[in-house]
Design a protein around this ligand. Structure first.
Ligand SMILES: *Cc1c(COP(=O)(O)O)cnc(C)c1O
Ligand code: SF4
Length: 487
């Protein structure tokens, strides 16, 4: 039955009405609510969904950790104990060897040994991560790809790549502080993490020295922090502080409070974000180390009292990192009123398939974590096999946008090499898919400067790979891209 529409006269009366009693009957009278189950279902216009369409609502069944022989028979309670997670974390290949004997081939482990030798990052694998990796196919597992280097898949670095590709050092007035944008600053209070990501942008500083890289250090030295606080207090334009690292999961609860309270006490500071990869690799800490979680919630509440926003930024890259334990952890924060947002990195072999990215975005939404950014992979040493071409990332973005609510749709950004800051990946001024060079402007950072991003050479069309073969051509390729911009 078609609903009866109000007449023009009734509509005019409706607009003129001051109270609900003045409304004309046709507008004011609502049908009685019926039991929904008594109502005939309107003819659907869409095909019925299958359980495959709703995969993002499912989690790996517990006890998923029993796939590792060493964790067979471990109870949920023990597995959720942070001490168990820490004391059983693997930081050496030998330990991995022990844990994965009979689960993975010796050839794979030999490959990891090779990988560790050439990697810019250390290794730290919680039992939680180890249990979520599909050891029957470790080469293609999205968690393995993120955290465990292997020698055999290594690609040579791009000739235009450098270790601190974001030039953070140049925008750093004091150790552990980056002030690039007008009103926001990045505070790096420590250099340790609950996991070491192969693709880390700050591999120049994070973790201890590896065979390949001697690191700059931003150790957790409160003395150094004071300099950062003093600088922030001296700059009235700074309203927004990202507290990252390393990783704030590794800060002692009293340090979370100290940093939070100190920054909140600076009048012009309005917004704080604590950034951590922790919930992706050890979500049980939120549930079972209440001191850390309560310190965070306390700072959030103090901020709210002062009308200042304090939030948590997580770093999930693949839906396999999200489990029923993550659900409980994020639910605990949600119920405590903590806003949680997520930043991902688009990584080849991890989340570069369209359906995986869509599933990640939807699953984050289910656990009340708002997808905020997806980063184009930075140009970082020793990670060439993990980068995608800009062209590919643009295509992933096109498919993701529109699959769920706009506020849960991440913005895809390139952190422009050379210190240009974050740019919407679609906002390039020039892009040549053959040479793989894209050019961005970033007027808020520098009106005149141009910033270049380079696709991985081995993923370029053959013609493009040929262009880069001879180092004598490299300058001309760059000049050519700049000339397209009238430079
Ligand atoms: C990413 C970043 C920020 C925060 O940027 P948003 O776009 O607001 O998330 C601040 N400072 C630096 C140096 C950054 O790299
Ligand atoms: S957790 Fe963050 S800072 Fe630490 S290694 Fe991973 S990406 Fe780098």
């Amino acid at each position: 039955m078609k609903p009866k529409l109000p007449s023009n006269k009734e509509l005019k009366e409706y607009h003129d009405a001051d109270t609900i009693e003045d409304l004309p009957d046709a507008v004011a009278s609502q049908p009685e609510m019926q039991e929904i189950s008594d109502i005939e279902i309107p003819e659907p216009l869409k095909d019925p969904v299958t359980s495959d369409d709703l995969l993002h609502r499912q989690f790996e069944p517990e006890p998923f950790w029993e796939q590792i022989p060493a964790f067979k028979g471990v109870s949920r309670e023990e597995f959720l104990d942070v001490k168990f997670q820490n004391s059983n974390s693997a930081t050496k290949v030998d330990h991995l060897d022990e844990l994965l004997e009979d689960v993975v081939s010796p050839d794979f482990l030999a490959d990891v040994r090779k990988g560790m030798h050439i990697a810019p990052m250390n290794m730290r694998l919680s039992p939680y991560i180890l249990s979520l990796i599909d050891w029957s196919d470790p080469y293609n597992d999205p968690l393995r790809v993120q955290f465990i280097p292997v020698g055999s898949t290594k690609k040579p670095d791009h000739p235009k790549l450098s270790l601190d590709s974001l030039s953070e050092q140049e925008d750093s007035p004091t150790g552990g502080l980056v002030h690039r944008y007008f009103d926001k600053a990045l505070f790096l209070p420590l250099d340790v993490c609950p996991v070491y990501c192969r693709f880390c942008t700050r591999s120049y500083a994070i973790g201890s020295d590896t065979d390949q890289v001697t690191k700059l250090s931003f150790k957790a030295i409160p003395d150094k922090w004071n300099k950062a606080f003093a600088y922030i207090a001296s700059r009235p334009e700074i309203e927004d502080i990202v507290i990252s690292g390393g990783d704030t999961y590794m800060l002692k609860p009293h340090r979370i409070k100290q940093i939070g309270e100190t920054l909140l006490s600076i009048p012009h500071v309005r917004r704080l974000r604590f950034a951590t990869k922790g919930p992706a690799v050890m979500p049980m800490k939120i549930l079972n180390q209440p001191e850390w979680t309560d310190a965070l919630i306390d700072v959030v509440n103090q901020g709210r009292e002062m009308s200042k926003e304090v939030v948590l930024h997580t770093h999930f890259n693949h839906w396999k990192e999200i489990t029923s334990i993550t659900y409980d952890a994020m639910d605990y924060l949600f119920k405590a009123g903590v806003t949680v947002r997520n930043q991902s990195v688009l990584i080849r072999g991890v989340n570069d398939k369209i359906e995986d990215m869509i599933n990640l975005v939807r699953q984050l939404s289910i656990i009340n974590v708002q997808p905020y950014y997806v980063y184009q992979h930075d140009m970082v040493q020793g990670t060439e096999e993990l980068r995608t071409t800009l062209q590919h990332s643009l295509e992933v973005e096109r498919h993701v946008r529109g699959t769920t609510a706009g506020f849960n749709t991440p913005t895809f950004v390139t952190d422009a090499p050379g210190g240009g800051g974050k740019r919407d990946i679609h906002s390039y001024d020039h892009y040549d898919e053959v040479s793989g060079i894209s050019v961005y402007r970033s007027p808020s950072v520098d009106e005149d400067k141009l910033y270049l991003y380079f696709d991985p050479i081995y993923l370029l069309p053959k013609e493009g790979q040929d262009l880069w073969r001879d180092p004598k051509n490299h300058d001309d390729l760059v000049k050519d891209a700049l000339s397209q911009m009238g430079r």
